[in-house]
Design a protein around this ligand. Structure first.
Ligand code: E4P
Length: 216
């Protein structure tokens, strides 16, 4: 499973990219809205030049025509832009058009396996099942990852699964075990993945022993 970062914040993206673990970036309108005074297209240009992998940029329009017009403009920003499209009838139609034009797509707001299968058949490059938001309403987000991974494997579907709406490290481990190709993770959760109390204690003990031995 590969790691994407789920943010439009350039400092957080740089920090994660420097760790050598980052294969891509996802943004959404809420994440972009948090970046005050920033031009959306300018920020995308900056991100795409920093990270060589897929950078998802979401369309705002809800009709087929609006999505196609916006998506084509987004795709012109850089070759590594992936157009993020919501899971609707118009969205599926737009995915088909983008697929015919070799524009990569990420179908977002996936909450059941049928939606993922439909998106894949329309030609989506990626589908994004939202784990955390399903958990929030008492459903099992991780079970959805298992179902989609199984269906795609049975039918030899090349669309990649991005585990999205990740809230904590257990989501990351389980998404990997259940066959997600990618997890898109918020910056604070990426930092949390590094931490273990025994690692910290181990470092302290090694340093204390070294100091006590008076070795140079
Ligand atoms: C990523 O593509 C999604 O937009 C994101 O993971 C949603 O996360 P949230 O449910 O925490 O807003």
């Amino acid at each position: 499973m590969k790691f994407f970062i789920d943010t439009a914040n350039i400092d957080d993206i740089k920090e994660a990219y420097d760790l050598g673990i980052l294969s891509g970036v996802t943004t959404n309108p809420s994440l972009v809205a948090k970046e005050k005074g920033v031009d959306f297209h300018e920020r995308l240009k900056e991100i795409t030049s920093l990270v060589p992998g897929s950078v998802s940029a979401e369309v705002i329009g809800t009709s087929y025509e609006e999505m196609v017009e916006e998506g084509r403009e987004l795709a012109k920003i850089a070759p590594n832009i992936t157009v993020k499209v919501p899971m609707t009838l118009d969205g599926l139609k737009a995915v088909k058009t983008f697929s015919d034009e070799n524009i990569k797509t990420n179908v977002t707001l996936i909450f059941n396996a049928n939606q993922a299968l439909l998106a894949a058949r329309a030609g989506a490059t990626y589908v994004s099942p939202f784990l955390g938001r399903l958990d929030d309403i008492g459903q099992d987000g991780l079970e959805l990852i298992s179902q989609v991974a199984q269906i795609f494997a049975i039918h030899e579907i090349p669309t990649e699964i991005i585990a999205a709406s990740i809230r904590h490290p257990v989501h990351v481990t389980e998404a990997a075990l259940r066959g997600a190709h990618i997890a898109t993770i918020p910056p604070n959760v990426i930092k949390g993945l590094v931490k273990h109390p025994l690692t910290d204690q181990g470092i302290e003990k090694f340093l204390a022993d070294w100091e006590a031995s008076n070795k140079k």
